[in-house]
Design a protein around this ligand. Structure first.
Ligand SMILES: Cc1ncc(COP(=O)(O)O)c(C=O)c1O
Length: 417
């Protein structure tokens, strides 16, 4: 049986087997009876990581249009634009990023500095470096985020045991009179909530903010305003699903902070692959051109526009998940308020990239799902939260998502016997 290589349980990669090998599972009928009596699962479904392959079919149709050809004599230099603070960022990528934000209306790029990074993961660390080293504090700055927070922030903050910053835990509980950096993730990973800063300013410590807006795109949430914070992080991984290109960008108000972030990236990787930058610039161009053509009455149909298509996918997955959790009271998922989206001109809900699932019958949702249903997820404690919750990705393959729905809708009483 073919299986992927495993690392340990906390790593990005679990051992998984293709879910097509999973036998048919019993599904609840409307009257409560079950359709089949199969009760074993031969393979795991991995919904632990937010690997955004859900958008692959869309991009398959755009394969030719998005193709880039790079000749052997091209892209040799480390340098891109010495007039820019971020000297390794290619001007075509900078222009594409600005064009994309202007199209979507989710972030203001006017009079801001853009810094490109190897994913927003590198930019998060660059931001911590820049903000901590600009602080007047002699002690390491506390990095905090309101629980449940993105599980990687803690390790990314502490991995080098830096003398300038350290993980400070849940921002809701932060009450020290010391300098801090609060990470505001909105929509939030893992629970999809729309957030603002929470640290009580009465604490008295000097506070700085990093806004991680990885999911502030129309397929996940209504675009309610043009964000214009001091330091905003975006990632191509979650915008279009091209996580493998490893491109993220920061939009920064203060030139000195942008310079320090650039310096950090220079020290850790002397810039960012130009092959990736070229590819991302091309994909953004194709995406924005399709909107332009549509507005001009050209070839594109509305359903073929990326954000329309991807929003429908996310909405469909959420509708199916809600239907299943409505029928099976063992599990519940959060409800989200409606808001008017300035991009789609419609009122809609948030359709987060992850479901923050609550197990109503077991204290440990992660181990319950793993042991009983062979579904790999990330438990609430990894997000500084309650183990009765677990995060599961809604960005995976159709087959895995379908299999997941089947497994959580089975009659658990029958399954236990
Ligand atoms: C909130 C948040 N920030 C940052 C990242 C990292 O993104 P990147 O692929 O750009 O490193 C992720 C990835 O899942 C995320 O969920």
């Amino acid at each position: 049986m073919e299986s992927l290589i495993v690392a340990d349980k906390t790593s990005l990669y679990h051992n998984t087997t293709p879910s097509s090998l999973v036998p048919n599972l019993p599904l609840n009928n409307k009257d409560g009876s079950s359709s089949t009596s199969s009760t074993t699962f031969n393979s795991y479904i991995n919904l632990d990581q937010g690997d955004p392959v859900v958008f692959k079919e869309y991009w398959r149709k755009k394969s030719e249009e998005c193709m880039v050809v790079i000749k052997g004599c091209e892209l040799l230099s480390y340098l891109s634009d010495l007039r820019s603070v971020c000297w390794f960022m290619m001007p075509e990528l900078r222009d594409a990023i600005k064009r994309l934000h202007a199209l979507v209306g989710n972030a203001d790029t006017n009079d801001m500095y853009i810094v490109v990074g190897n994913g927003s993961t590198q930019l998060f660390q660059a931001a911590l470096y820049a903000l901590s080293s600009s602080s007047s504090s002699d002690d390491p700055i506390n990095v905090v985020a309101a629980a449940p927070y993105y599980s990687e922030y803690q390790e990314q903050t502490d991995i080098l045991r830096s003398g300038i910053h350290k993980w400070g835990g849940d921002a809701m509980k932060y009450d020290k009179n010391e300098a801090y950096i609060e990470v505001v993730t909105s929509p939030n990973n893992p629970d999809g909530s729309i957030r603002g800063p929470v640290v009580n300013s009465k604490c008295g410590g000097e506070g700085k903010l990093v806004h991680d807006l990885a999911y502030y795109w129309p397929q996940y949430t209504p675009i309610t305003h043009m964000a214009s914070h001091d330091l905003m992080l975006f990632t191509f991984s979650k915008c279009t699903g091209h996580a493998g290109s490893r491109i993220g960008w920061a939009i920064v108000k203060d030139k000195e902070i942008a310079k320090k972030m650039t310096k950090f990236i220079q020290m850790s990787s002397i810039g960012v692959s130009k092959e990736s930058q070229t590819r991302v610039a091309k994909i953004i161009e194709v995406l924005c051109d399709s909107y332009k053509n549509f507005k001009l009455g050209g070839l594109s149909k509305e359903s073929e526009l990326f954000f329309e298509h991807s929003r429908r996918l996310m909405m469909e997955r959420w509708e199916k998940l809600r239907e299943v959790t409505k029928q099976n009271s063992d599990f519940s998922v959060p409800k989200f308020p409606q808001a008017y989206c300035n991009f789609t001109n419609e009122t809609s809900e948030t359709y987060p990239a992850f479901a923050w699932l609550k197990c109503n019958k077991d204290e440990d949702c992660e181990s319950y799902l793993e042991k009983k249903l062979k579904i790999l997820v990330r438990g609430g404690n990894r997000f500084g939260s309650d183990p009765r919750y677990a995060r599961l990705s809604l960005l995976g393959k159709d087959d895995d998502f379908g299999e997941f729905l089947k497994r959580i809708s089975i009659d658990m009483n029958e399954f236990r016997h």
